[in-house]
Design a protein around this ligand. Structure first.
Ligand SMILES: [Zn+2]
Length: 430
């Protein structure tokens, strides 16, 4: 396929170049000013349009998709752990196979509608663990989005569930070693719900699969406090001692990490994922994102995987906290997610260049002011909207055209999702 005449965007450092792109299979194979169509090659006229590299959501939970509008607890949670116990752990315990499938379908649909072509998911369903990651894989496969999946290992549900979670990660990592559309990570809940033997078992899996851990780190202050009380050290100490700060590790949140912790995360090569909407909604504090270093990305932590919306929240919250000193280039977090995907898939993402993944977003964006590489950040923050995305391609396949996911019947999926969600909510009450 030949995409002709668009302006090609690079998020960070900001870049804007007019060129044609040729896609073959799941890869961009050529880029140039006037590529000639080959015989019978489909040609897409993209004159006047922007093409963005496909967006990456670097931390989320698809199972939250069926919690929208869910009745809250009868009294307000008194702390973050209290909210986990009374809301989110009740929800994940109420999930069955069908709920896993439909939440993944709904979450994937929302992602592609917003130009997100890779989702790094962190899954938990304590009453339906074996095979749960395959269910998400199936749903993502139908919609056409890429997935990096893991099962959240924790001691909160006892040894049997912990071991089932370890086995599910192990199985999925083996099954997707060479899958072009999926990868696994070693999922773990958080330091405060993992004893030493469990962390050691996670470390064994990471080394065996040459993979990375995907874990919540210092999201709320209780994770830090309980780790210090129970283990006499910090969260980063524990991860470092088990060899878990490698370059595939995905550490979500990092709200309560100090400068020393951040330096050790950075020197270990691990990724930090900022989730501003979730942090603000949970009132857990604000991550020192301007000190996260180069290996930082953006996640939505259960909110719809609209990365441009998340980037706006990151920008506004930073400005609110730091005032006009808060000049951190938020677009670098979008590019960070693409670099994370590059490392996990072993293929370059994020630049629309030959040899890169054919994951891209065609935008019908009419700029009301001058648009250049120099002011691209301003247009991304205050101009570009999902409604302008006329074509979303993942792994060389169109997954969304003119605001409509092309591979599924959205109305039928949402109709069944509503019934499935009602059953989940009933089980939560019971
Ligand atoms: Zn999370």
């Amino acid at each position: 396929m030949l995409l002709k005449g668009a302006s090609l965007v690079h998020f960070h450092p900001p870049g804007l170049v007019k060129a044609d792109l040729r896609v073959e299979g799941d890869t961009i194979v050529a880029r140039g000013p006037r590529l000639r169509p080959k015989r019978d090659e489909p040609v897409e006229d993209c004159r006047g349009k922007l093409i963005l590299p496909g967006l990456v959501c670097a931390h989320t939970h698809m199972y939250s998709a069926l919690s929208r509008g869910m009745p809250g607890p009868t009294s307000a949670p008194t702390s973050f752990p209290d909210m986990l116990a009374r809301v989110w752990w009740k929800l994940d315990q109420a999930l069955d196979e069908e709920a896993i499938y439909y939440s993944a379908m709904v979450g994937a649909v929302e992602a592609v509608l917003a130009g997100t072509t890779t989702i790094v998911d962190h899954h938990a369903s304590p009453n339906a663990i074996p095979g749960s990651l395959d269910i998400i894989r199936e749903a993502f496969g139908v919609v056409g989005v890429r997935g990096v999946l893991c099962y959240e290992v924790s001691d909160r549900g006892g040894l049997r569930r912990r071991d089932a979670g370890l086995a599910e990660n192990d199985r999925f990592l083996s099954a997707t070693r060479t899958d072009p559309q999926f990868r696994g990570l070693v999922g773990a809940h958080a330091s405060f719900t993992l004893r030493d033997t469990s962390l050691a078992a996670l470390g064994d899996l990471v080394r065996y699969h040459r993979s990375g851990i995907h874990i919540h780190v210092a999201e709320a202050k209780e994770d830090v406090e309980r780790t210090e009380t129970a283990h006499g050290c910090g969260i980063i100490d524990r991860l470092e001692r088990r060899g878990l700060l490698n370059d595939h590790a995905v550490l979500a949140h990092g709200v309560h990490l100090n400068d020393k912790d951040l330096a050790r995360v950075e020197s270990g090569g691990a990724w930090l994922v900022h989730n501003p909407r979730s942090n603000m909604n949970n009132g857990v504090g604000h991550a020192p994102v301007e000190r996260f270093g180069e290996r930082a990305a953006l996640g939505t932590d259960g909110w719809p995987a609209d990365m441009l919306a998340e980037a706006r929240f990151a920008h506004f919250r930073l400005r609110e906290r730091l005032g006009l000193r808060g000049a951190f280039p938020v677009a670098s977090l979008l590019e960070g997610g693409q670099q994370l995907a590059s490392g996990l898939f072993g293929v370059p993402f994020g630049s629309l260049a030959p040899g890169c993944a054919a994951d891209l977003v065609v935008c019908d964006y009419v700029a009301p002011t001058a648009l250049s590489a120099g002011n691209l950040g301003g247009h991304l923050l205050s101009g570009l909207q999902p409604a302008m995305m006329t074509g979303v391609m993942a792994a060389g396949r169109w997954v969304c055209r003119n605001g409509v996911p092309v591979n599924i019947d959205v109305e039928a999926v949402y109709c069944r999702a509503r019934q499935v969600a009602a059953a989940v909510w009933r089980r939560m009450r019971g």
